[in-house]
Design a protein around this ligand. Sequence first.
Ligand SMILES: [Ca+2]
Ligand SMILES: [Ca+2]
Length: 197
Amino acid sequence: MLSCVNTTAMTAVFLFFLVSSASADILSGPVVNPANGHTYYLLTSETWIDSQAEAVTLSGNLVTINDAAENTWITSTFSSFGGIPRALWIGLTDAASEGSFIWASGEPLLYSNWGTSEPNNHLGIEDWGQILPPGDHRYPNWNDAPDVVNPFGTTTSGVVEVLVPVPEPNKSILLLLGGLLLLAHVGCRKIRCENFR
Ligand SMILES: [Ca+2]
Ligand SMILES: [Ca+2]
């Protein structure tokens, strides 16, 4: 019984490291899209699933592209980041049901921008949406790709969209807190002085 428990625990620890060993980091951002006020991040190269996991830790999802203007803003902001032509993971997947693409955010699929003859589920393993990279003749159209790091040998970064803007410190609140701390400090000194009279 004990050995069974130990084996289970060791498996859990192994799985934890297996899952946590590959996580995407922030390469750029937060960047606010002035057209919708949403916040975006560009991630380091990872699989679609690991990039989506990182997006959730940032309180978002891999990007939901709602219209051509958002597609253009994303590609002009991120597709050539750092002088490198990048494919970009977007929040589309049909892993749950082949041929039925859905957004990771749960938003309805109202706009799509697939490249010619895509999505084609090539070799039966392409369930994960990306924007093709600059240099591909179908850029900035979309493709379905396998869930690997840098599919087809192309640097591929996830784009995260967070619907609520990252709050900036409110200066008036900071001033008010500073004032209250000053008043408290002066009050304490006064009480101490009166006690020693
Ligand atoms: Ca969006
Ligand atoms: Ca494809």
